[in-house]
Design a protein around this ligand. Structure first.
Ligand code: NAD
Length: 498
């Protein structure tokens, strides 16, 4: 049963700048709706350029003291934030579900604990992240200190708002930077709730600033801002390209997590039961709205028929419904615009000669008629079509057959994206060969879509560059500052005539 009627506790819906909630300069707002039934959830203050300027100023002013704060203290604050998230887990999970449409059981089991876990990991990392001493010539000491960059602009999409906020803020704060963070205009609520918790656990004012707003003008203002030293962006490849152009003015550092079109290869020797469940999670978790979704299923011809029959049966059994209901396995897509975009691929696929094995429409259940629901969809599609090469970002998976390892690899690697990919096999040599040859930032063998705050996350090709998580993220938010000390090396006399 759902508790939709019980009402929702909303966070402060104003901008969070310099430690306070403030109105936007222009006084404009963004409406946030519930994707289950299009009902109104909130009006949130909309940041525009003057608000971004104000946030950058606060972050710049906070930077000297924050970067000089002992790393253990920065870590302590991040650990306190992780505890505060745990203490408010139930409320955060419900808010994330109302804002995004994630099934509540996913928000409870994945989004919220992973968010706390990420802050906790980087809280622990803060005072363990070390510089190095380089073995240079005799008599000289050369050490490298990792120095924070300054102010980081963080721009995130709507698919995992809470989690992505922690992926950005955790490492950038642990390494001594300050932040101007823009959640998606579609899903700002949990990030604002996080701002309340950030204030509650006593982060110094200006260290974290949260400015919900549209890509134009707020996102662009961040990308262009001369007072921002780095932009970390998660979103579409098209917007990623525009950020590269906008960032040229002050040569900002960039880290780009963009789209994906993950290959999921099932070999004839795989544990088919495990592969079936793993492949369903790979595509249908979060309604397919995941950059690392396994959206291309590649099947060895020997098991293809059996696998397809069982996969289609499993897909048909997925429970679609109100995401607040704990038995729901697939909720609505997050926005009406996105639902329409996803459904537009049905006509594209048909034109290209694809056949729809199941799904391809909206559910018939009248209780879902005002929501942004799309059926989980399995399609047989030709290799060359848009449906097999473009990111749909919905619960659509294409199926293709292959005859041997070479062909599987060729098909897996022939898209422009290179974010996540995986294979299922009991053959150890084949597993390692494939793990190394798949063109992707992350490869999973006999599992799919695993993430951990310690393990590098990012892509190649049109999926972007730079890495989140772990030491890689800490390197990305710091510069190597190399110091040379002459301990007792003779200074060669090169001038003066002797
Ligand atoms: P999007 O690129 O439209 O928007 C992402 C963010 O960028 C939003 O906050 C938006 O307001 C902002 N934005 C839009 N235009 C901007 C501009 N001109 N300048 C600066 N910021 C701007 O993407 P989306 O529709 O919100 O999210 C879906 C996309 O995100 C998918 O393509 C998906 O693959 C990608 N994604 C990638 C990853 C990853 O880690 N690689 C993770 C999740 C989502």
């Amino acid at each position: 049963m759902t508790n939709r009627s019980a009402g929702l506790r909303l966070p402060d819906t104003r901008l969070f700048i310099d430690g306070e909630f403030v109105e936007s300069a222009a006084g404009t707002t963004i409406e946030v709706v519930d994707p289950h039934d299009s009902s109104h959830l909130a009006y949130v203050s909309e940041a525009r350029e003057p608000d971004v300027n104000r946030a950058v100023k606060a972050a710049r002013e906070a930077f000297p003291a924050w970067s000089a704060t002992p790393a253990s203290e920065r870590g302590r604050l991040l650990l306190s934030l992780a505890d505060a998230i745990d203490s408010n887990a139930e409320e955060l999970a419900e808010l994330e579900t109302r804002d995004t449409g994630h099934p509540l059981r996913d928000s409870e089991r994945l989004d919220v604990p992973r968010t706390a876990g990420c802050f906790r990991y980087f809280g622990g990392m803060a005072d363990k992240y070390e510089g190095s001493v380089i073995p240079v010539d005799a008599g000289l000491l050369n050490y490298v200190v990792r120095q924070p960059l300054g102010v980081v602009g963080a721009i995130v999409p709507w698919n995992f708002p809470l989690m992505f906020t922690s992926w950005k803020l955790g490492p950038l704060l642990a390494s001594g930077n300050t932040a101007v963070m823009k959640p998606s205009e579609i899903t700002p609520l949990t990030t604002l709730r996080l701002a309340e918790l950030i204030a509650e656990v006593d982060f110094p004012p200006g260290v974290v600033n949260i400015v919900p707003g549209f890509g134009e003008p707020a996102g662009r203002a961040i990308a262009e801002h001369p007072g921002i030293d780095k932009v970390t962006f998660t979103g579409s490849t098209a917007v990623g390209r525009s950020i590269v152009a906008a960032s040229a003015g002050n040569l900002k550092r960039l880290q780009l997590e963009l789209g994906g079109k993950g290959a999921n290869v099932i070999f004839e020797d795989a544990d088919l039961e495990a592969a079936l469940n793993g492949s369903a999670f790979a595509i249908f978790h979060n309604q397919g709205q995941a950059c690392i979704a396994g959206s291309r299923l590649l099947l060895h011809e020997r098991i293809a028929d059996e696998f397809i029959d069982r996969f289609v049966a499993l897909t048909r059994s997925i429970r679609i419904g109100d995401p607040l209901d704990r038995s729901t396995e697939l909720g609505p897509l997050t926005s009406a615009v996105h639902r329409d975009r996803v459904l537009s691929y049905v006509a594209i696929a048909k034109e290209e000669g694809a056949s729809i094995l199941t799904g391809g429409g909206t559910p018939l259940d009248p209780r879902l008629k005002n929501g942004y629901y799309v059926e989980p969809t399995v399609l047989f599609a030709p290799r060359s079509g848009r449906i097999t090469r473009e990111e749909v970002f919905g619960p659509f998976v294409t199926v293709q057959r292959f005859k041997d390892d070479d062909e599987a690899l060729q098909v897996a690697n022939e898209v422009e994206y290179g974010l996540g990919a995986g294979c299922w096999t009991r053959d150890l040599s084949r597993a390692h060969r494939f793990a190394s040859a798949l063109r992707a930032g992350m490869v999973w063998v006999n599992t799919y879509k695993r993430v951990h705050p310690g393990s590098p996350f990012g892509g190649v090709g049109s999926s972007g560059y730079g890495r989140e998580m772990g030491f890689e993220a800490m390197h990305g938010y710091t510069d190597a500052h190399s110091v040379w000390i002459n301990v007792d090396a003779p200074q060669p006399r090169l001038y003066g005539g002797n």
